[in-house]
Design a protein. Structure first.
Lengths: 110, 111
């Protein structure tokens, strides 16, 4: 069946470091892909999305490219801030069914 | 922000009591979902609804029931709460193959 796998955390970085959080997926057909962010005590917020192969989703300095050939949707940011500390979830939707990765906690130190 | 309201936001209750959580949306979306989130388990789908009176089970549905009598409301009921159901519960809505939007969660403690 469909699934999403993302890298284990926590990931700890210094402010202004480069961020990559890996996400790969398994799916039939043509899923849409998403990254969500969850700040402490809050629900998940949509960060960015991509609906077809080679699409690049971007928001707030974060980017992810839908790579069908490698079934990946890695999240990147060139320079992280302390305020980016949160849990990040990769997800896909396929035929109206959603699948979430297990989440990656990011800690950014000043 | 998507119009999703969960109530209550926090609840403490005792084992064996019934508990109902409410999710209310103002977006008129067809799909509604209940998840629980626990450390080490990520998000797990409990039940979902694809229309009024149309619901189906998720991966952790045992001990939970749901009802959707109106488009805007999706209720999650724990018929007889157990300590293993202590968790944070999230409601989400979606218009089909579009991103889900989440509520702020209900923190439920069962003593």
């Amino acid at each position: 069946g469909d699934s999403v796998t993302q890298m284990e955390g926590p990931v700890t970085l210094s402010e202004e470091a480069f961020l990559t959080i890996n996400c790969t997926y398994t799916a039939t057909g043509y899923p849409s892909l998403f990254w969500y962010v969850q700040y402490p005590g809050e629900g998940l917020q949509l960060l960015l999305k991509a609906t077809k192969a080679d699409d690049k989703g971007s928001n707030k300095g974060f980017e992810a490219t839908y790579r069908k050939e490698t079934t990946s949707f890695h999240l990147e940011k060139g320079s992280v801030q302390v305020s980016d500390s949160a849990v990040y979830f990769c997800a896909l939707v396929n035929f109206n069914k959603f699948y979430f990765g297990s989440g990656t906690k990011l800690n950014v130190k000043p | 922000d998507a119009g999703i309201t969960q109530s209550p936001r926090h609840k403490v209750t005792e084992t064996g009591t019934p508990v109902t959580l409410r999710c209310h949306q103002t977006e008129n979306h067809r799909y509604m979902y209940w998840y629980r989130q626990d450390p080490g388990h990520g998000l797990r789908l409990i039940h979902y609804s694809y229309g009024v009176k149309d619901t189906d089970k998720g991966e952790v549905s045992d001990g939970y029931s749901v009802s959707r009598s109106k488009t805007e409301d999706f209720l999650l009921t724990l018929e007889s709460a157990t300590s293993s159901q202590t968790s944070v519960y999230f409601c989400a809505i979606s218009a089909g193959d579009q991103p889900q939007h989440f509520g702020d969660g209900t923190r439920l403690s069962i003593l």
